[in-house]
Design a protein around this ligand. Sequence first.
Ligand code: CTP
Length: 399
Amino acid sequence: MPIQGKRVLLIVGGGIAAYKALELTRLLRKAGVLVRPILTRAGAEFVTPLSLGALAEDKVYRDLFSLTDEAEMGHIELSRSADLIVVAPATADLMAKAALGLADDLASTTLLATDTAILMAPAMNVRMWLHPATQANQQTLKARGVTIVGPDEGAMACGEFGPGRLAEPEAIFEAVSAALTGSGARPLAGKHVLVTAGPTVEPIDPVRVMTNRSSGKQGYAVAAALEQLGARVTLVSGPTALGVPTGVQRVDVETADEMLAACRAALPADAAVCVAAVADWRPAAPGDLKIKKSGAAQPLELTENPDILATLSQHGPQRPGLVVGFAAETNDVEEHARAKRLRKGCDWIVANDVTQAGVMGGDSNSVLFLTAEGAEAWPMASKAEIGRHLAERMAIALT
Ligand code: CTP
């Protein structure tokens, strides 16, 4: 077992999911990992120190000002005695304290006093998880290199449904193993990447719109893959039927103008990936009142939308270091994509032939990856795999 003999400091926070920390402890011990537990005061309301200590086969540390604990192992020493610190369940309170650098109990003081890698598995009520404060704390922690596992989506003990459930102990165990063996590398930790996705929706009048068939799947897959490599991701998205990928910050927009404004507000970014199917044109003067059918058909006057990719590619202090565009083509894919890369001023173009069966709205894609150096054909793969492939190439370019 490659993780045998590794040392994990396990902080168990207060929450109904604390019982799963016992199973995690058992899995870690079975793999030969040495587990030293810290149980917060709230955590002790849900699991007993006796259960945790028995499974960990170690003393359970609980009190910052315990003379016996300090005599045995001071809190500074405690935080340095591990290869990895795992917080499971990580409550909203623990995450907020860690993000702010508060240190008013043993768990928070340990998190502040360490330079050891930290993995957090959040668990809380869905509203607490989705609250902007918790989301901002999560982004802060990730930007500092903390690995966040979960939370899962599903029915919760409080009777609500949504993201907030503690990841399953097996999934946390896998993430801990990856972190301990270095296979869960997060090369984009500390980098901010902006991703656009989905269609735009342009009003014609109060009840009618102009839009397109983009599902947003490829853009969301890119955002999720970048997040998995450790990036802080801002996903500026037109309306889609998709859930927000774990750990990603989504900004919802409708029109191309709104999308551009949201992108500008998200800068600075280390990289930008424009996957959105932005409407090239919009009705020039959307009516305040519903257009009536009476009389002859009226032509719809259109005006050009801003080009978000070209705008982000413009040289200037705010230009992301790497700008990637997507190109939807129906013919002469390579020739059109080359011309598009130069015209837009972006660094890379990922071109797809949208006439291929199953690409528009489907789960697969086959693309031509184009840089200043040349073109590579990537074989048909799932949109998730294309996203991972692109994220890996970006990690090489950005690090
Ligand atoms: N794009 C953009 N803003 C626009 C139009 C396109 O950011 N107003 C971006 C898309 O997100 C994509 C790239 O530009 O990354 C190319 O989109 P595509 O629709 O293929 O190109 P167009 O510029 O619309 O060119 P054409 O319709 O002539 O193929």
